[in-house]
Ligand binder design. Structure first.
Ligand code: NAP
Length: 198
């Protein structure tokens, strides 16, 4: 995913990502995790996977993105706000929205407020929750779709993906079997999940 997304990079993506972008609507969660469910380490991502950043950028651009304050602050200043997206940032800190660190963000005080705010943003037919672990944990009962990149590593970390419980079923997967290989040899795959609402 996009902690170090570079808006200058080539935006070419795979037909898989293009099909997802065209077909999805509702509320989505999107993350990249290790084989053991790690999504973050020391306030950043434990890997650098440009192919996944392109996939993330393609799916989320044009839509509102919701994130926790720590994920916002994990982006290098020059890459935030994520371009082409209303960046909605959740914090309990009164007045954070008026600080230099919040420049370019729409600051809200709860997940409910974030979801409400997202409905006034361009592209709100699809809203993406982009992390981190704290916000994902609070969102899984609300989301319709999850798009998960699994990075074939057992690297250690301090922030973890939420559980995709019994109410989630797998959909499209790239590749359908095995792994993709990034330019630096890292293996990864992308899986779409849908939540079955009771
Ligand atoms: N691999 C991936 O796909 C991916 C994606 C995103 C992030 N990450 C990684 O995940 C890590 C950050 O995740 P995190 O779990 O530590 O933090 P986070 O979820 O990004 O942000 C947590 C912060 O959000 C605010 N918050 C959370 N729940 C709230 C609520 N109900 N009401 C109001 N405010 C609320 C609080 O901000 P205040 O403290 O300001 O009150 C809280 O400290 C980083 O390492 C990042 O790189 C990885």
């Amino acid at each position: 995913m996009s902690n170090h997304e570079n808006p200058q990079q080539d935006s070419q993506t795979t037909p898989f990502t293009e099909d997802l972008a065209a077909s999805l609507a509702g509320l989505g969660v999107i993350w990249a995790q290790s084989n053991t469910g790690v999504i973050g380490k020391d306030g950043g991502l434990p890997w650098h996977l440009p192919e996944d950043m392109k996939h993330f950028a393609r799916l989320t651009t044009g839509h509102p993105v919701i994130m926790g304050r720590k994920t916002w602050e994990s982006f290098p200043e020059k890459y935030r706000p994520l371009p082409g997206r209303t960046n909605i940032v959740i914090t309990r800190q009164e007045g954070w929205g008026g600080t230099p660190a919040a420049e370019g963000a729409v600051a809200v005080k709860s997940l409910d407020d974030a979801l409400l705010e997202s409905q006034f943003a361009p592209g709100h037919g699809m809203v993406w929750i982009i992390g981190g672990g704290d916000i994902f944990a609070q969102s899984m009962d609300l989301a319709d779709v999850a798009v998960v990149t699994t990075v074939d590593t057992t690297t250690e970390g301090d922030t973890f993906a939420p559980e995709l419980g019994y109410d989630w079923t797998t959909g499209a997967r790239l590749p359908s079997d095995g792994w993709l290989t990034s330019g630096d040899g890292t293996r990864y795959r992308i899986t779409q999940w849908r939540r079955t609402k009771g």
